[in-house]
Design a protein around this ligand. Sequence first.
Ligand SMILES: Cc1ncc(C[n+]2csc(CCOP(=O)(O)OP(=O)(O)O)c2C)c(N)n1
Ligand SMILES: C=C(O[C@H]1C=C[C@H](C(=O)CCC(=O)O)[C@@H](C(=O)O)[C@@H]1O)C(=O)O
Ligand SMILES: [Mg+2]
Length: 571
Amino acid sequence: MTAQLSSMEAARSAVAVLVRGGVRDVVVAPGSRSAPLAYALAEAEARGEVRLHVRIDERVAGFTALGLSLGSLRPVPVVTTSGTAVGELLPAVMEANHAAVQLVVISADRPGELRGTGANQTTEQPGLFGSHVRYAADIPAGEDPAGTLAGGLLAARGLAAPDHQGAAGPVHINLAFRDPLFPAADDDGGTAAVPAVTAAAGSREMAVPAPVPGPGPEPSAAAGGSGRTVVVAGHGAGAYAEAFARSQALPLLAEPSSNARFGPNAVGPYRLLLDPLGAGIERVVVFGRPTLSRPVAALLARPDVQTALYLPGPVAWFRRGKRRERIITGPAELALFAGQGPAGWLQGWQRADRAADAALQAVLAGTPELTGFEAAAAVWAHTRGRLVLGSSNTIRDVDLAGRPQPDPQCTVYANRGLAGIDGTTATATGIALGTGGRTRALVGDLTFLHDAGGLLLGAGEAEPALQLVVLNDAGGGIFSLLEHGEVGTRPRYAAAVERLFGTPHQAGIAQLAAAYGLGYRLVEDRAQLEPVLKEEFTGRGIVEIRTDRSGLRRLHARVREAIWSAAGGQP
Ligand SMILES: Cc1ncc(C[n+]2csc(CCOP(=O)(O)OP(=O)(O)O)c2C)c(N)n1
Ligand SMILES: C=C(O[C@H]1C=C[C@H](C(=O)CCC(=O)O)[C@@H](C(=O)O)[C@@H]1O)C(=O)O
Ligand SMILES: [Mg+2]
């Protein structure tokens, strides 16, 4: 067993090979899984060894790298996070293949053991580009990529298999990284681990625990044990999850795109309540695919918690044997496993929910500027028909601040298959056209800019009734809520974190609306929010809501502490 490298050690080894191999330009698209490479590349740029180019849209990043290679006649890497980000490179890779250009794809990946488990943003990346690359390699987490990457650079120069007649061309190096994905506090190239910082949603767990393959512990003989069960409704769960929770008198922890976030059992800010209340949970029943938050992932990975996944039909998002939950296909067995919530169990969660909401409202009332939480909660409350939620903070702000409705007010859609920020405008347009009904989308600014091309319709085609609500914090706010927010407080990395993760911009959303012929409204304060969201809309329009991500860490910390203190103790 070769010595295991930390993610930063592996990334630094990779960057050293790139520099020795003649690389002078690297294109980086923002992401968390690719963060070790971003930090190592920032270090190399600070040493004057490379020049970095940051591009939000990976398709743009791929063609930018293609152009840099054509111009410099050097191999040019393009670095992306995991998921659809890698797929966005295919057009540039195909062009590089047929034009014999030295494009070096370095795709970050989740560790191999997560493949096939349904873990967030995890797919099968090795071999993605097929015969379009001269060389492809999949490097497991912890392994030194140096030798493989050096071979990849040679292959890019044309020293590849004879079936390409020695022509230069693209290569694909898939590099898996395991948490932690950032340099240790005292790290000048060392490997000292540092205590994790509190992640985005205030969970005290740091990394998302890997789902443990195989069935979990045998359910106790007694039906449902103590009944101290919760129902988790993930993406695509459907309304039955709500009916089941209600029939069993169990708390319902429903993600926004579960289409089960309604009814008397639904708990609003469950992701933060899991910390003070989670210890009492003995069983979890899972509907759909939870992908949104680390506290839920941590709950499902707890060895003392028995979990069941309700699967009445086939699903594509995990491979058999790769998840720990017991698979249950029938409602009767599911009810037997879940048990009936004991007196006071649901009521305790409902009390905590009310206390948490009051605490959240108090924090927001004391915050002078309009926050993403308020905007998301207002969109959630005032949308009927169809709602499309963008990945990143928008769907998470609804998850925390969106009050469960008495009844389903709208059908919720989200590209949670791989949580990509690509193609969301085009997806929402397709939903509006496909359903023929009024549709609202709530997306972040990078998500919107990533798919600006989605604003262009075919000449003479019908205008769908689509309102794009863009939460514009002038960059990727979510990164400040992950571990990278803490790294960004260190003088050595502050500028790099803002450039490589915050990816600030001054893109004019009003000007984009005008360029594509859409209506445009700017919401600058709370007073404007509800009237604009309550207005009927026809055709396509953009509502821009500007928020400030510079104070996001502090706001989330205040919300977390307020909810934890309001809901402390066990139900
Ligand atoms: C195609 C793709 N590229 C990159 C990522 C990594 N990623 C996740 S969230 C995010 C930033 C999103 O910014 P924005 O849409 O402005 O939302 P905010 O975080 O500001 O709420 C990025 C780059 C991804 N999920 N999908
Ligand atoms: C930016 C990327 O995606 C990351 C976004 C959020 C995930 C997360 O854990 C948010 C914290 C929470 O909601 O509890 C993070 C993760 O799954 O660990 C994703 O990596 C990216 O490029 O991967
Ligand atoms: Mg943003």
